[in-house]
Design a binder for this molecule. Structure first.
Ligand code: ARG
Length: 604
């Protein structure tokens, strides 16, 4: 309904201007234009939209709100474009204006979506080049469930923004730099030198174990510490032997990460922390040049505005450690500057999105503040941290295996697929259905992966999230299996009516105009028409759970419709109109799930 809302907004503004010409002109000149405040109706019985502006305009217009609403409504009634679009506007309560679209217009709008691959979602007219920094695991460490959340959420956001037409750069900011490599390389030189010279000599599991041992030695042994530091210096200054060792370690991790990305169907461009190494010096020099850098106990810091510690003194963001080395924050500042800067040494982005756990919120707030004060954020440039909560086990504690280890992502995905296979075989036995092995494998792997993704996306990401295989694989409730099943069923009804995807409109099955009479039909039609608004909301607020709730509500609206209104047995033009609702429901579910990164099935 974006386009309709747009038209209505213009009509309301024009009506307000005709009703109060002097006041509108004066307010415009004063730089505070009067706003009729169009919003979706808060209750279905109020219609489709409401305009709330009369209430807040009362003081500025020196009239009671109901009188203002009355004057606007009179002007609307005189506008033929408005009367063609809406039923006569109604004034309610203290001065709300309720707006109900004419059924004929709704039916036309719906009909125009048949055969439209975008289902009425307009591409944006202003493109915002966007960088989404997501997934971003650390080399020589296991990718953990936090990275899984980042990967799934970041990918869904990227898909939505890409669908709207924005150029999106999906960046994997892997942790591939810093002191941990010094420790690891020093340790490996002594205990497993082949790992530093031969590809595939160790796997990621071994590396993780070596890393743990190296860390323990580093914490206990001063000589080891000194050698590790030398090794970092060698790496950063480009010593060929250390470089080669580092590359091998990165490749080993990369191969394992890629297996997870392949299973989840995730596309990412790797650009790790090391990429920004050449820019770190100049970042600190720039901060110095603009007077932000302060030396504190030998470290280079920027003191933050509005962020103070327990003692009430402003907290610093350290950008150069006392040993002269740079840190995570320096790298993020360099990355941010690079992403906003234009080519050739920059991405020319105008919106930067970072998807990480909520624990990093203060890090990003600090980095964003320093970047703004240093003048690295262009006019209109947006910086957004997209935080998410912890993944917890069924017991509400941090997710662990039964033996208390961190859960490996590969095992987690395997288990989801295995369990979904067990469920499927049980269902097939109950229904006495015979299916080929290939079908069983396809369905269980699709459903298993979909369940993991959807469970994550459908909760409000800011809250902690309880991981439960039972809940995510349930066939009822707001789950992937439920929605996938709903889609299969609806597509089946459409097919039986001769309007499966790609057929129907050409064959002239759908009447023109579409004709609806039952409240369940209108409720479903309105839900279908809300798709574009929901997508625009996700694009703005970066909350994929909005799209999930929408799809869930859509399938419920469909069920109410299909339970109570005959479709295949109805007479024309009701039959064709109802089949149009079926076809659009299936198309909308397929498109919406696709934007969440969830593949769909023809049968299950
Ligand atoms: N590697 C980091 C971690 O595992 C996440 C990096 C997020 N992106 C960034 N630009 N800092 O926590």
């Amino acid at each position: 309904m974006l386009r309709i809302a747009h038209a209505l907004d213009a009509q309301l503004r024009a009506a307000l201007e005709r009703a109060f010409p002097q006041e509108v002109a004066a307010a415009f000149e004063a730089g505070a234009p009067l706003d009729p405040q169009l919003a979706p109706a808060s209750q279905p019985e109020f219609g489709d939209f409401q305009a709330n502006g009369a209430l807040s305009l009362a003081r500025r217009l020196k009239q009671p709100p109901r009188a203002i609403a009355g004057a606007i409504v009179d002007q609307l009634a005189a506008d033929p474009a408005f009367t063609a679009l809406c039923e006569p506007a109604q004034i309610a309560g203290p001065g709300f204006i309720n707006l109900t679209l004419r059924p004929r217009r709704l039916a036309e709008e719906l009909r125009s979506r048949l055969g439209d691959a975008r289902l009425g979602v307009p591409p944006v007219t202003t493109l915002t080049p966007t960088v989404i920094d997501f997934s971003s695991p650390n080399i020589a460490k296991e990718m953990h469930v936090g990275h899984l959340r980042s990967t799934i959420i970041g990918d869904a956001l990227a898909r939505v923004l890409e669908f709207r037409g924005h150029p999106v750069l999906r960046l994997n900011h892997v942790g591939d730099w810093g002191t941990q490599f010094g420790m690891l390389i020093t340790h490996l030189k002594q205990v497993a030198p082949e790992a530093l010279t031969t590809a595939d000599a160790v796997d990621l599991g071994d590396l993780v174990a070596f890393y743990r041992q190296a860390k323990a030695r580093f914490d206990a042994d001063e000589a080891f510490q000194a050698t590790s530091r030398e090794e970092v210096v060698k790496l950063q200054s480009g010593d060929p032997v250390t470089r080669r060792a580092w590359q091998l370690l990165c490749e080993q991790s990369r191969r394992e990460f890629q297996q997870i990305y392949d299973r989840l169907d995730i596309r990412l461009s790797e650009r790790g922390e090391s990429f920004y190494n050449p820019y770190l010096e100049s970042v600190v020099a720039d901060l110095e040049a603009c007077g932000l850098l302060v030396s504190d106990a030998g470290a280079g810091c920027v003191f933050l505005e509005g962020v103070s510690g327990k003692d009430g003194k402003p907290l610093p963001l350290i950008v150069r450690k006392s040993d002269g080395g740079f840190n995570y924050a320096t790298t993020d500042l360099a990355a941010l500057r690079y992403r906003f800067a234009g080519p050739p040494e920059g991405d020319g982005a105008r919106r930067l999105i970072y998807v990480t756990d909520a624990g990093q919120a203060s890090h990003f707030a600090a980095v964003f503040q320093v970047a703004r004060r240093a003048g690295w954020v262009p006019a209109g440039g947006r910086l957004e941290h997209v935080p998410f909560g912890l993944v917890q086990g069924d017991d509400g504690k941090k997710l662990k295996t039964r033996s208390g280890d961190t859960v490996r992502l590969k095992d987690l995905l395997d288990e989801a697929v295995e369990r979904s296979e067990v469920d499927l075989r049980r269902r097939l036995a109950e229904e006495e259905r015979q299916e080929e092995e290939a079908f069983i494998q396809l369905v269980s792997s699709t459903v298993g992966i979909a369940a993991v993704k959807y469970a994550d996306l459908s909760t409000n990401r800011i809250t902690n999230y309880q991981f439960s295989f039972d809940r995510m694989l349930a066939l009822s409730g707001n789950t992937a299996p439920y929605l996938l099943y709903a889609l299969v069923r609806i597509a089946g009804i459409a097919r039986r009516g001769g309007v499966g995807a790609g057929e129907g409109d050409e064959a002239g099955v759908f009447p023109d105009p579409l004709v609806f009479s039952e409240p369940q039909e209108w409720a479903l039609a309105r839900q279908l028409l809300a798709l574009d608004t929901v997508i625009a909301e996700v694009e703005e607020e970066l909350l994929p759970n909005r799209l999930c709730s929408y799809l869930f509500e859509l399938s419920q609206a469909f069920n109410r419709f299909y339970d109570q209104v005959p479709v295949l047995k109805a007479d024309e033009p009701a039959r064709g109109s109802r089949l149009a609702l079926c076809r659009l429901s299936a198309d909308t579910l397929r498109l919406g799930l696709g934007l969440l990164g969830i593949p769909t099935l023809e049968r299950m």
